[in-house]
Design a protein around this ligand. Structure first.
Ligand SMILES: NC(=O)c1ccc[n+]([C@@H]2O[C@H](COP(=O)([O-])OP(=O)(O)OC[C@H]3O[C@@H](n4cnc5c(N)ncnc54)[C@H](OP(=O)(O)O)[C@@H]3O)[C@@H](O)[C@H]2O)c1
Length: 264
C-alpha cells in the first residue's frame, strides 16, 4: 500500500540523489559514510582556525567563515595540505546579507551542511562590571556572541533538517555558568549564558531529528582573546572538534569542557 509520502532522499558528493531508506540503509549509516561539510564562524584565527585544521585533518571539508575575506585567505596559508578541503567564505555573523549569501552558496554548491561551529566571539573584558558597564557596548557584543549565533543557526538549520543530520557546536565559556557565576566581563558572561540557554532550547526542539546541539567551553586558551598563560590552542580546539564529530548516539543539550560535563 502506498502511503503517498515520497522517500527521503540524500544528495551524494557527486550530486546523485539516493533514497537510503528505500534501499533499506539506515540514514545515519549514510551520513557517517560520506564526506561531511562543516562551517566555522570566526575561522580566520585562534580556535576557529585550529578547529578547521583539525576537522580537515579528519577528512571533513571546511568552509572557513571570515568577516574579512583577505584575513581568511591569508589564514589558509597556515593550514597547508590536508585530507579535507578548506574554502574561505565571507561571513560577518552580524550581517544579514552575508548570511543570506552563504545560504545561497550552500544550497547551490553543496545542498547540505553537516556541521556548524558557532565560534565567532568577542568582548571579553575583565574591567567591565555590571554596575557601570556601557550597555550599548554590551548590546554590540551580544550581537556577535548571541544574536549572530542565532541568526546563522536559523539560516542553515533547514539544510541539516533536510538530511536528518547535524552537529551544532556553540563555543561558550565556563565563565557563563550560572552555577559558578562570578563578576567582571559582565557583558561577555551574560551573552554566553544566553547562548547556553539557546543551546538547551534548540537541543530540545530538535530532539529526534538527528541534529545534536551542545555548548562547548575550550578552557582558557592562549589566543588573541585568551592572552598569555592560556593553554595551547590545539588543546582547546580538540574539545570543539569532539563536539563537531559526535556519533549519532552522542549527547545533545549539554555543556562540556574537554569532553566532560560542566554545570550550567
Ligand atoms: N580564548 C579563550 O580563552 C576562550 C575561552 C572561552 C571561550 N572562548 C571562545 O572561543 C571562541 C573563539 O575565541 P578565540 O579565543 O579564538 O578568539 P580570537 O582569537 O579573538 O578570535 C575570534 C574570532 O572571531 C571573529 N569574529 C569576531 N566578531 C565576528 C563577527 N561579527 N563575525 C564573524 N567573525 C567574528 C574574529 O574575526 P576578526 O579577526 O575579523 O576579528 C576572530 O576570527 C569565542 O567564541 C570565544 O568567546 C575563548
Amino acid at each position: 500500500m502506498s502511503t503517498g509520502k515520497k522517500p527521503r532522499t540524500s544528495r551524494a558528493k557527486d550530486g546523485a540523489a539516493t533514497a537510503p531508506e528505500a534501499a533499506g540503509i539506515p540514514f545515519d549509516h549514510v551520513a557517517r559514510n560520506r564526506r561531511r561539510l562543516a562551517l566555522i564562524t570566526g575561522g580566520n584565527r585562534g580556535l576557529g582556525l585550529e578547529s578547521a585544521r583539525q576537522l580537515a585533518q579528519a577528512g571533513v571539508d571546511v568552509l572557513l567563515g571570515s568577516r574579512d575575506l583577505e584575513k581568511g585567505t591569508a589564514a589558509l596559508t597556515q593550514l597547508g595540505r590536508l585530507p579535507g578541503t578548506v574554502e574561505v567564505v565571507q561571513l560577518d555573523v552580524t550581517n544579514a546579507a552575508d548570511i543570506a549569501s552563504l545560504v545561497v552558496k550552500l544550497e547551490r554548491d553543496y545542498g547540505r551542511l553537516d556541521i556548524l561551529i558557532n565560534n565567532a566571539g568577542l568582548g571579553y573584558d575583565e574591567t567591565e562590571y555590571a554596575q557601570n558597564a556601557d550597555v550599548e557596548r554590551v548590546r554590540r557584543d551580544f550581537d556577535t556572541n548571541f544574536f549572530g549565533v542565532w541568526r546563522v543557526t536559523e539560516a542553515v538549520l533547514p539544510l541539516m533538517r533536510k538530511r536528518c543530520y547535524g552537529r551544532i557546536v556553540n563555543v561558550s565559556s565556563g565563565c557563563a555558568s550560572l552555577a559558578t557565576m562570578g563578576c567582571a566581563a559582565a557583558g561577555y558572561r551574560t551573552a554566553k549564558s544566553a547562548l547556553n540557554a539557546l543551546t538547551r532550547i534548540l537541543a530540545s526542539e530538535l530532539t529526534g531529528t538527528g541534529i545534536l546541539v551542545n555548548s562547548i567551553c575550550p578552557g582558557w586558551v592562549a589566543t588573541d582573546m585568551g592572552g598569555e598563560g592560556g593553554r595551547p590552542i590545539p588543546e582547546g580546539a580538540a574539545g570543539i572538534v569532539w563536539g563537531a564529530l559526535l556519533a549519532d548516539n552522542g549527547p545533545t543539550g549539554g555543556f562540556f569542557r574537554d569532553r566532560a560535563p560542566l554545570p550550567w
